[in-house]
Design a protein around this ligand. Structure first.
Ligand code: HEM
Length: 408
């Protein structure tokens, strides 16, 4: 019989192990206990925190869970747990409504479709590297490389006109960046919503051969027309979900690799390592750092423990990704590790829809950045790098880098 740890400690958010790439040290302690731990979340509820790999998968695979609250609301003090869910808000939908949208969207994210984008992504990475190398360092790799690449990939995916891409990119960078000026954020939000609405209206009138166009046709052909509101929310969901995450992964993983010269040398010597390297870095860094929140809608079983309807649960993805029973020596980066079963993209019905796209983007970045700039290094002391400790998606605010001599 399992004795469940039921103590109202605070949900761990402090990275107190001394290494900014490691999750809070408390996770190791939580994982050592069987079952879940009941912790107080900043949003003002108690949640059962699930920290072992197998338990996270069992939890996120359980049909008796609702995602109506935003995935990471638990760490937002004063956050809203019961906002009305906007039509098209995939991340917050449950049951048949979610399944319907997901079915319509899935053909856009197949391995084949995403592989077809690889040449475009390669070109994009090379163009940005050319632009960096045309300058003399230092440059901020976040601003000039990590942010624009995923943004332009989303433009390509959604079928945004080339002429509009600079403006779109500027505004979305404000939206997901570190600018805390509420007026600037509000303005960027209005612009992006206005922009997406215009894009959707154009595609509805004349659907092209792009994600939105094909989605509109697919829905019509199956007799389930999508509303303007649904399409705008979906477009913005893809934009935010795909931009902020990938950009943070580029910045943070570059920094983590610069700190691991042996692993970086192996990647430089064999760019083919990028395939396994990407999943290993996703596992190791688990940038959706506070995990994902759910509410039980019926009994949920974790091990031999039953969670009752109405209770809140948090799947601590970063804790599960450091579970030594699945990933031996979990706190070590091993770019050859076969880590594809990691939890960084979540698990279950909401598992990241864009994961193949994220992988291709990161693979191209990992392979090309270090090949073309083999002397890449930090332009400031490591201690001066600012980490996004309080953000829902972990990363670095800026990454000043420089290089010497011969580059390709
Ligand atoms: C869902 C992580 C890139 C689109 C998720 C979830 C996680 C995640 C953890 C699950 C959330 C939950 O269970 O509540 C990441 C990471 C990425 C990444 C770490 C990059 C490194 C992308 C990209 C796109 C994308 C490039 C698309 C352009 C989505 C969408 C969902 C999602 C649409 C919601 C799926 C659903 O609710 O059915 N992502 N993501 N993501 N992601 Fe990603």
């Amino acid at each position: 019989m399992t004795v469940t740890a039921t103590f109202a400690r605070d949900f761990p958010t402090e990275r107190d192990s001394g290494c900014p790439f490691d999750p809070p040290a408390e996770y190791t302690e939580l994982r050592a206990q069987e079952g879940t731990a009941s912790l107080a979340c900043p949003v003002g509820v108690e949640a059962r925190v699930v920290s072992r790999y197998a338990d996270v998968r069992a939890m996120l695979g359980d049909p008796n869970l609702s995602s109506h609250a935003a995935p990471s609301t638990h760490v937002v003090a004063g956050g809203l747990l019961d906002r009305p869910v906007a039509p098209g808000s995939l991340l917050n939908m449950d049951g048949p409504g979610h399944a319907r949208l997901r079915r319509l969207l899935t053909p856009e994210f197949t391995v084949k479709r995403i592989q077809a984008m690889r040449p475009y992504i390669q070109g994009l990475v090379d163009d940005h590297l050319d632009a960096l190398l045309a300058r003399t360092g230092p440059v901020d790799l976040v601003r000039d490389f990590a942010l624009p690449i995923p943004s332009l990939v989303i433009c390509e995916l959604l079928g945004v006109d080339y002429a509009d891409r600079d403006r779109f990119q500027e505004q979305t960078a404000v939206l997901i960046g570190t600018n805390s000026d509420p007026a600037a954020l509000e303005q960027a939000n209005l612009e992006v919503v206005g922009f997406m609405t215009q894009l959707v209206l154009t595609k509805l009138a004349a659907p092209g051969d792009d994600l939105l166009g094909r989605l509109i046709v697919r829905a019509r052909e199956s007799g389930q027309e999508l509303s303007v509101e649904e399409l705008v929310t979906l477009g913005i969901t893809l934009l935010i979900a795909g931009h902020e995450t990938t950009a943070n992964m580029i910045g943070l993983s570059t920094l983590a690799l610069l700190r691991q010269p042996d692993q970086l040398a192996a990647l430089r010597a064999d760019p083919g390592l990028a395939g396994t390297a990407v999943d290993e870095m996703l596992r190791y860094l688990s940038i959706v750092q506070f995990g994902v929140l759910r509410q039980a809608t019926g009994d949920v079983t974790i091990g031999d423990e039953t969670i009752k309807a109405g209770e809140w649960l948090v799947a601590a993805l970063s804790a599960g990704n450091r579970d030594e029973s699945v990933f031996p020596d979990p706190d070590r980066i091993d770019l050859k590790r076969e880590a594809t079963a990691h939890l960084a993209f979540g698990y279950g019905i909401h598992q990241c829809l864009g994961q193949q796209l994220a992988r291709v983007e990161l693979q191209e970045v990992f392979a090309r950045l270090h090949q073309r700039i083999p002397t890449l290094r930090l332009a400031v002391p490591f201690e001066d790098i600012e980490f996004k400790n309080d953000a829902l998606v972990y990363g670095v605010r800026a990454l000043p880098v420089t290089w010497d001599g011969e580059n390709r």
